[in-house]
Design a protein around this ligand. Sequence first.
Ligand code: ATP
Length: 845
Amino acid sequence: MSFSVLHDNDQQNENNIAVSQIEEDTDHVTLRNQFNRDDGLRRRSVRSSLSSGGVKSASPADDSLFAVQDDDSFSVFAKGRDYEPIFITHQYTEQEKETLGSYESCDYLPSHSHIYKHWIKRQMISNIETDRWVMMGLIGFTVGLLGFVLHQLIERISSLKWSTTKKFLDDGQVAVAWMFCSAYSMAFAIFAAVVIVFWRPSAGGSGLPEVTGFLNGTQVKKIFSVKTLTAKFLSCVSAIGCGMPIGPEGPMIHMGAIVGAGLSQGTSVTLNLKLPFFERFRNPEDRRNFISAGVAAGVSAAFGAPVGGLLFCMEEVSSFWSNTLSWQIFFCCIIATSTSDLFNSSFESFERVGTFGGFRTSRYILFNVYDAVDINILMFIPSVILGVIGGLLGSLFTILNLKLVMSSFSVFLPMAFKCIPYTCIPSDTNSISDFCVNDTANKYDSHLREAEESFHTCEEGTQYTEGTTLFNNGTYNELALLLFSSKDEAMKNLYLRNSHRMFNYGPLFVGLIIYFFMVIWSAGTSVAAGILVPMLVIGALYGRILGLVIVDMFGIHLGESYWSWMDPGAFALIGSASFFSGVARLAPAITSIMMELTNDLKVLLPVMSAVVVAKWVGDYLTHPFFHALLELKCIPFLNQQPNVRIKKQNVKLELFTASDIMAFPVVTLNLVEHVPNLAQKLLDHTHNGFPVLKESPSGDLVFCGLITRSELLVILENKDVLKPGPLEPLEDRDLDIAPIGYDAMLRGPVEREQMTKKFLQQFVDRDSFYRDHYIDLTAYMNQSAMSVPCRFSLHRAYTLLTALGLRHLTVVDECNQVKGIITRKDLMGFHMVETLGHIMQTRPY
Ligand code: ATP
């Protein structure tokens, strides 16, 4: 559909505009040869003309239009329909832009060179697909086992703390109990922080942004090493075991990714290990796929949710996906879940030994819901309300968390001090819990008494969890039940069905506030921490509050099945899903995880509606939490779809060309390159990719391939391949033998960064032995390096780069001569805003 912008009243009159159509889906019109006045005046006249011309756009106001002109043309842009969240979570500073630029990209596809083809031929003997399935199974098993050990250790650290505290409490030594509890927690929390801060900072946090960034194509250093795995494991076990309000799922995702990388590559620099198995997988593409499998297995093992794990990886973490990969990763998830479930069923609890092979779910993070309620159409009303609350609170959570992280990043503190504020969390949580449990005369209890529900005698048959028996015989404190027990137990209690009065408003509100801020605080710490399960607790708390409100407003119609949907436990579950969605915005993954966690399919539709509403509300307000973290950590990330906004307008990249964004002039290499020349170029430029040129029959130098810095350094290290000149480029028939093994190329240069300069200098020196040496790059360059013509659409160039995982895209003219180069850095949002903004000010397009 098109609509009239302005009628062409008078072609001769230079104050009027001739062209008058705006295609609704392009929002753009170019008006030629109509204006001679100064810029400001022209803009005003265009705007008023457009308004008075009866634009039928949803936003015909002046600000929704802007115009750009040069001597002979004039372009008007109407406001795009995509929206940007109200609260922009992060704007890059100049320093942060530099940090973004300092990251290197990684190759997704192996370089398609002669030596690579030679290597592939040798690998064909084994059945690669079978090996791939075997590797997926192996990763799933290892991650499942890791999840099991992690849970068991957390359980033991936690049990020891509470059993000892209980002993002191039973002896009436309340002060000693408090001191022991706090000191025990502090010791573990300090250890959890020290391991990260002093030994392995790359293991801090959940690791999700780093893994997501890597799978998107950014090289994040030290995230896949054995040391990182060890540090993450120790920090996570200690932090959660001592009672910090965090969960193991984020770290499990990172640890799963490390297992995927380590097992599939069979190499470890730390352990100085290189196994003679599965060598075929030592290429960037397979490595990335196995890392994705590790991520999905991590979620599966943590939640006991194989489908959720697969969807989580597909929706949030992985940027490259295929049908075959779905099947293989699904298999990996099944193995991971089965392994952790099988082993956990054998060690049911600290005291008891379970049944091997029983697949009992009691050791999962969560549990099966019993007594599921029937749903009713009226249930959708509170579900949508919960969705709105989830979106609002999720955005608030994101904003506050980022503010906290930014403040601790911006203030320079000596390392030692960084640990201190973080260690306060478990002791604070414990203090609060102790306070609630032991000091019965304090204000919490009086508050609860006022509510006539301060201490409940457990009704016969009421299902409540073991944590409650720690205190008063047969009685429990509601707030302590929420804070004192583990997150899993708190959730079990919150999700309980037919337990309307188990928690009252006071404890639920207090618990919500404490949890909300404690989780924000914990997520900003250095320790290896995840916030997925704590997020579920927060949602369950406000979900239960709403459930209670509904019960109080409309009464409980016990025995009437029509009203049985009014169950605060069911709303707690819907609340959890809504908050998870409000923070992470992963609709299918969250729904699936919630269903697999609780086995309560009856509430599927209300959960889905709450999840979708929370996502809409959240998207309207802020970016998703994990993406905001990527921005905050300055890890370059390219979305599948470009979103460039200038002056609050969406810029249509189809209107720009590859040449608009490309970098030039390009540092290129000749097919047969003079060695000192090559070394000098590597010394002078920091680029990681160089287009290779060969002489065409007409004598021009044209694009024929691309070679990376790392490959060039490996070549220079193998000095045998450097030959005294002059040298003619090899023909295809001469390429039967690989001069350097592809393994060597993958391993990269031996020279460390600081040594590279010295290493290269030996080729450049005047008296160098290699002064008259040449290198023929025919066998080493990527023969399938992509190039696009200058006029190629910028939007499509972006899609090409992101969809194929390219690192460099060469821009050529009609004669195949190199004109420019595009890398991921050129397509970063802020860079495109700067470059395209400048173009829009200076010329039409
Ligand atoms: P990577 O991010 O893969 O390590 P790189 O180091 O080769 O890539 P970037 O750091 O991404 O390159 O690029 C920085 C800038 O240099 C970008 O604008 C890019 O287009 C440009 N650039 C990259 N390679 C060349 C080259 N060979 N000649 C000239 N400019 C280049």
